[in-house]
Write a protein that binds this ligand. Structure first.
Ligand SMILES: [Zn+2]
Length: 354
């Protein structure tokens, strides 16, 4: 049942409509960042198609088909050849492929092509998940094209990726794209609480997760807490103390973070802090803040903040993010980001590329 999956109600509605009208595309591409449940949604589609006692075209979740589809038989050894086979569920019509090492192999796509051409053994449809579809290389992508072009009516291919831009246009054009959104902090929090994590930790993890359940479960709270502290300092220096020296120091630290993976996380955190202060300045209740536990600090900022600037700051951060995407191989200088935000440097002068 889609109801039991977390978040993405729009995606649920779209998939449900396709199932009800019997118009589920033969080839779909599920995109959206890591750890938000794309694979679970794909398995849920497979269950809906093969459930023995469906209700309103959705899987019952308890019949033998539904139960077996959730059991994937991953190889137990780290043997690339074993991982290069279709990984079947306990249901003979539903399987998955993942990249055994860095790429999805041609043989894997040939296996899928062969299997997709069989009629279902037991259920109503055969469903194949291609996880990490961004790891298709030219050869394996071409091997997949054939079956993507005209999958048999009873077979469905669901490609899954967090990086759709890495896929060849020929693959993209043959798949119906379904875009998943990041999960909301409250959605993550209530799931964590349901799984016996105490409320305080759940709340902090939900905030640190940036919309990803995977990150909420595995994320590093110490790093998050220190990132948030650093970014709160920036906002404080911008609004309350007008401390240029602090802004320069923070910009330097942000530049160093570029060389680790933390850079974008820091920008995310800064953005949530700005949004929270903005909301507070508009009189919104503290319970709807992402960083509710910092509401005292944020209130001080909100009282002194000209709320029209918050919108500009978010645009400036977004602008920097875009620069980073375009210049993935070059480092973008962030030296002046906070000074631009402080209004000392004209926005057009930034960011410069080294
Ligand atoms: Zn069922």
């Amino acid at each position: 049942m889609f109801d039991e999956l977390i978040g993405n109600s729009r995606v649920k509605a779209v998939l449900k409509r396709m199932l009800v009208s019997d118009r589920l595309p033969g080839a779909m591409l599920f995109t959206g960042e890591e750890g938000i449940g794309k694979k679970l949604f794909a398995l849920e589609v497979a269950r809906a198609l093969n459930c023995r006692t469906p209700k309103d075209d959705e899987a019952c979740g308890v019949c033998s088909s539904c139960v077996r589809i959730m059991n994937l038989n991953y190889p137990t050894r780290d043997d690339a050849d074993e991982w290069a086979q279709i990984i079947w569920t306990n249901h003979p019509d539903v399987g998955l492929v993942v990249a055994p090492r860095r790429v999805l192999r041609v043989e894997q796509m040939r296996q899928i092509e062969k299997e997709a051409n069989y009629r279902p053994f037991e259920g109503k449809a055969r469903v194949f998940l291609i996880d990490e579809a961004d790891k298709l290389n030219d050869a394996s992508a071409n091997a997949l094209l054939k079956v993507l072009e005209e999958p048999p009516r009873t077979s469905h291919l669901i490609l899954i990726t967090a990086r759709p831009a890495m896929l060849l246009p020929t693959i993209l054009s043959r798949c119906q794209m379904i875009r998943f959104s990041p999960l909301r902090p409250d959605e993550i929090e209530s799931h964590l609480v349901k799984n016996k994590i105490d409320l305080k930790t759940a709340r902090l993890r939900a905030r640190a997760a940036g919309g990803s359940m995977g990150r909420a479960l595995s994320g590093d709270l110490v790093t998050f807490t220190s990132q948030r502290k650093a970014m709160l300092k920036v906002l404080h220096a911008l609004v309350v103390s007008d401390d240029r020296a602090q802004l320069l120091r923070s910009a330097e630290q942000l530049n160093e973070a570029q060389y680790k993976d933390e850079f974008e996380e820091r920008l995310d955190v800064l953005e949530t802090l700005i949004r929270d202060a903005w909301m507070l300045s508009l009189g919104v209740d503290t319970s709807s803040l992402v960083n509710e536990d910092l509401s005292a600090e944020l209130k001080e900022i909100a009282q002194r903040m000209d709320s029209s600037r918050a919108g500009d700051w978010i645009l400036q951060i977004e602008d920097l993010r875009e620069q980073l995407i375009v210049n993935v191989n070059r480092k973008v200088t962030t030296d002046s980001l906070f000074l631009v935000m402080a209004g000392d440097v004209a926005a057009g002068k930034r960011p410069k590329i080294r």
